[in-house]
Design a protein around this ligand. Sequence first.
Ligand SMILES: NC(=O)c1ccc[n+]([C@@H]2O[C@H](COP(=O)([O-])OP(=O)(O)OC[C@H]3O[C@@H](n4cnc5c(N)ncnc54)[C@H](O)[C@@H]3O)[C@@H](O)[C@H]2O)c1
Length: 270
Amino acid sequence: MSTLFSLEGEVAVVTGALGKLGPVWTEALLQAGASVFALDRPGVPATPLFGELQARFGNDRLQLAYADVRDRDSLEEASRQCEQQLGLPSVLVNNAGIDSPPAAADSGHRLEDIPLEVNREILEVNTLGMFLVSQVFGRGMVAARRGSVVNVASLYAGVSPDARFYDHIESDPPFLKPPAYGASKAAVVNLTRYLATHWAPHGVRVNALSPGGVLGGQDETFRRKFCARVPMGRMAESGDLAGPLLFLASGASSYVTGTELVVDGGFTAW
Ligand SMILES: NC(=O)c1ccc[n+]([C@@H]2O[C@H](COP(=O)([O-])OP(=O)(O)OC[C@H]3O[C@@H](n4cnc5c(N)ncnc54)[C@H](O)[C@@H]3O)[C@@H](O)[C@H]2O)c1
């Protein structure tokens, strides 16, 4: 079997590991041979899916710890734990983020009235948090002169969410995806380039992975409208995401840095 995408013996850090996509990245990394140090916000309960991965791969391959991506002290503590329990990481998946789907509380606003606080929290977690985690875990990679950082951005880093996807949802004021979501992800793509250029001489690659809409608990009308906009005619599924992640995380992409890999079924090609 080809070892091109292998992460055998590597240690990977995944933030936001207890959400929807966290276990997808975690499983892909474990299957490629890495050990995974999974991080999430204090107080978030481990999900059954995550529990299954722990049972399958064991504690010596998968550890869970808590840190807020906005809190440098808690990240420094997590970094110490990671090195003690699994070793120095060579892969970092910056996945933690606030997405604000229609089910989120307090999501109906008129554009002119969206509270700044909503936007501020999204920017703090999605952009500044991603930068802080990169500083803390990137330091060891720079010192070791090897590593791959994958920043999970979004389709909406490049285009604005189409409000018509949501206009069937009964809400007054109507549901509006906060403008900070796309702005925070566009900033992630630019920060990716910034980090990539600074760390390239130190052997650390930094890339962004931008998924399109991932099939989850969306209502049927949303799914129908969304899929009609996708050249491939469907939403992304977990299996569509593992390959792109492993490509960026492994030596298969050894000459790729500072790029955005868009995994959107062609959404942005139209
Ligand atoms: N699901 C999609 O359709 C989709 C599409 C494109 C991009 N994305 C991006 O993928 C990433 C994961 O999305 P998801 O769908 O799994 O979302 P999710 O809400 O299910 O998971 C996000 C995780 O991040 C954690 N988190 C939030 N704030 C944090 C903080 N301050 N400190 C530490 N952890 C924190 C949450 O606890 C949660 O476990 C996000 O960055 C999201 O923007 C998702």
